[in-house]
Design a protein around this ligand. Structure first.
Ligand code: ATP
Length: 361
């Protein structure tokens, strides 16, 4: 499929700080693409380059094959939704949505038709004459989206648009945004520091750290096959156990933990060799306990420190030498009998744990 957005080696420096460091992107038409990373990693700077509010020091931006580097923001086929929605408070919903159309000199009758249609598409039919103050937070969010989508941009850039909403509304809007993106077929480039937002909504996620992309992949791939320790730790809950590599066999590696126990996982990334430090990442839900550990699983002894009831599951925290590991286990009798200081055995499928080379000792 043709790319809506194609960037090569984008760099943006502020003094001696490189905020965007050789970022390349290829986003096919109709994709929900998220850029996920912690505060300060360069997400907003990158989005501003795409929107044209700022210029890269080097590298190229193409939208549908056309070079954009020298094209001003208002001439790019791009629209942007900000965290703070900035609807015009004194204008009706209809006038807010029609604002861009009027600037494009779209005739009044066509404007009215387009406004009515987009309001229907975002689930707010007939609200043209309302004032933004008369709307709920979620409705205002939809009007802000409608205002952009009505202009039929090639790309819609979204800068943490759910950040200002309360938790419940945010959960609801995640699902709605994804539906709207698919219904309109517009390519979304969405930035967020919230991994659950990125995972739920996106077709592709770029995990950004210190100005660079660590990995660009579908959410499930990021979760199952993280390319770096940072991705393993940032996307979803994960346990990290450090040890020394004692053997490598095909794609499996065995480590000795500080407790003296030997555990196994699948090699991910470069630099794993006998005698070197390595980190094993294991998801809380990949752990099983005591009698539930099948043959062939890696296993270790642990001492329960805390058990927390978490609805359908229990969250067990347990100590392994000087490290803490947590498990998400089904809420059944085996869990309710546990108390702090209980000795348990935790096991996992070695293929379901990823091992990265650690810092040299
Ligand atoms: P957040 O999630 O907190 O918004 P972010 O990932 O969007 O963070 P950016 O705002 O892109 O991060 O900032 C990346 C880095 O570049 C930061 O260290 C920031 O201080 C720096 N930076 C951003 N804009 C400027 C500027 N105009 N001048 C100097 N430094 C800047």
């Amino acid at each position: 499929m043709a790319s809506d957005l194609f960037c090569t080696d984008l760099v943006r420096r502020f003094g001696d700080h490189t905020a965007v460091d050789r970022v390349s992107l290829d986003v096919p038409a109709g994709t929900f693409f998220s850029i996920l990373g912690p505060s300060g990693c360069g997400k907003t700077t990158l989005l501003r380059l795409l929107a044209g509010f700022d210029r890269p020091d080097s590298g190229e931006i193409q939208i549908r094959g056309a070079r954009m580097n020298d094209v001003p923001p208002n001439k790019r086929p791009v629209n942007m939704v900000f965290q703070h929605l900035a609807l015009f408070p004194t204008m009706s919903v209809g006038d807010n949505i029609g604002y861009g159309l009027r600037r494009q000199k779209v005739p009044a009758a066509e404007r009215t038709r387009k406004i009515a249609r987009v309001l229907e598409q975002v689930g707010l039919p007939g609200l043209e004459d309302r004032n933004p103050q008369q709307l709920s937070g979620g409705q205002r969010q939809r009007v802000a989206l409608a205002r952009c989508l009505v202009l039929e941009p090639t790309l819609l850039l979204l800068d943490e648009p759910l950040g200002a909403l309360d938790l419940k509304l945010r959960e609801q809007m995640k699902v709605e945004l994804k539906h709207l993106q698919k219904a309109f077929g517009t390519t979304f480039v969405y930035i967020t520091h919230d991994q659950s937002e990125a995972m739920v909504m996106s077709d592709q996620v770029a995990v950004m750290r210190q100005g660079r992309f660590d990995q660009v992949a579908a959410p499930e791939t990021l979760y199952r096959n993280p390319a770096t320790p940072f991705v393993a730790g940032f996307v979803g809950d994960n346990n990290r156990l450090s040890g020394d590599v004692i053997s490598v066999d095909g794609d499996l590696v065995r480590l000795r933990l500080q407790s003296g126990e030997e555990v196994a996982g699948r090699i991910a990334g470069e630099g794993i060799a006998t005698g070197r430090r390595a980190d094993l990442f294991i998801r809380p839900e990949s752990l099983v306990m005591n009698g539930a550990v099948p043959d062939g699983y890696s296993r270790m002894q642990a001492t329960v420190t805390t058990t927390l009831f978490d609805g359908a599951n229990s969250r067990i925290e347990a100590g392994v030498a000087d490290q803490t590991i947590f498990a998400r286990l089904p809420q059944d009798g085996s869990v309710s009998n546990l108390s702090p200081d209980s000795a348990i055995q935790l096991g996992w499928d070695p293929q379901g744990a990823t091992v990265f080379a650690g810092e040299p000792v």
